[in-house]
Design a protein around this ligand. Structure first.
Ligand code: BGC
Length: 323
């Protein structure tokens, strides 16, 4: 079902609502934004569990990347520049000297074309011109949202006509207590033995840190809204904003978020090597599956290079279930 949602640069933004059994997900053609996710709580009442904004204008004014597709390069690139095949590329620096989430007007700020729609699937395309935000090559990106087994599956595909760098993700903030509440008391587990520690500008530098005996240890479920004072970095920042190095490879279950209050739980499956956890919003947690930040400058991290003509393909599933 399609409804008119608002306007972007005098063009219409549509909202598509997908349904499969008890799961209902609305997606905007602006930014490919997951505008809402509804799933029944233990009383059987539909609960809104993804943070949402009230209007098209609010999505365009705000800087929280609510629900959006993030690209071309999710997360941070140090100094907003990189060298590929002997040539240095200067990207838009939109966070101090660094580039965050693809530059000033990344994929979250584009109108996406609908290639296919059905009751349970929406396929979106955006073609990013050569040089957009400073990136080399014309990049065609297709993102497919599919509801299956009461889960939200996101398939990302991209191809470029030149060698380039890519890191796509989605920036939905989840709150399984329901979005009227804070995230206090939500339980999180992450199958990660390490993180990529960051400097004060949130840039990692080719190193790893074991989670053992740290507040980054989520290998057993525990609340993430907790006293951060034992860790000077987290205490100063007041939230988690780090990339977790996910164990294993291939499409695998790497995290679970759950609310005993609502009776809703969510497993995160991905084939990606990393996941940024961002808890700076008191009403929702972002679980951004992705490649590691600043990877083009770090040879111990997986390469973000996409070669001309090759296919970038990655899948993440947010699987809802009862606790
Ligand atoms: C980043 C945060 C940033 C947030 C913006 C996250 O992906 O890691 O540092 O503040 O996005 O909403």
């Amino acid at each position: 079902m399609r409804t008119l949602f608002g306007q972007f640069n005098s063009q219409d933004i549509y909202c598509y609502t997908l349904r499969q059994r008890n799961l209902e997900v609305s997606i905007l053609t602006y930014g490919g934004i997951v505008q809402s996710i509804r799933y029944p709580d233990k009383q059987g009442n539909p609960l809104s569990i993804a943070l949402t904004r009230e209007s098209a204008e609010a999505y365009q004014d705000g800087d929280g990347y609510y629900g959006a597709i993030i690209g071309r390069l999710g997360n941070r690139l140090e100094n907003g520049q990189f060298t590929l095949n002997g040539k240095t590329y200067h990207l838009t620096q939109n966070e101090g000297n660094n580039t965050l989430h693809g530059g000033k007007s990344g994929f979250h700020d584009k109108l996406w074309e609908v290639l296919f729609e059905s009751e349970t699937q929406l396929r979106l395309r955006y073609v990013s011109p050569d040089g957009e935000e400073g990136f080399p090559g014309t990049l065609q990106t297709i993102v497919t949202y599919t509801l299956e087994n009461e889960g939200l599956r996101i398939d990302y595909e991209a191809q470029c006509d030149q060698d380039t760098i890519v890191n796509l993700t989605n920036h939905t903030y989840f709150n399984l207590h329901g979005i009227e509440k804070t995230t206090e008391g939500l339980l999180l587990s992450i199958d990660a033995d390490q993180i990529t520690p960051v400097d004060e500008k949130l840039i990692p530098h080719n190193t790893f840190l074991s989670v053992e005996n740290t507040l980054y240890d989520f290998r057993a479920p525990r609340p993430f809204c907790t006293d951060l004072s034992q860790d000077p970095v987290l205490n100063k920042r007041g939230c988690y904003d780090e990339n977790f190095v996910l164990n294993g490879e291939g499409l695998r279950k790497i995290a679970t978020l759950s609310s005993t209050e609502s009776g809703i739980s969510m497993d995160v499956w991905t084939d990606q090597p990393g996941m940024q956890i961002y808890t700076g919003n008191p009403n929702g947690i972002a679980l951004e599956t992705q490649n590691f930040p600043n990877a083009i400058h770090c040879d111990r991290y997986p390469s973000p290079i996409l070669k001309k003509g090759d296919s970038y393909k990655t899948t993440t599933i947010y699987q809802l279930k009862k606790v």
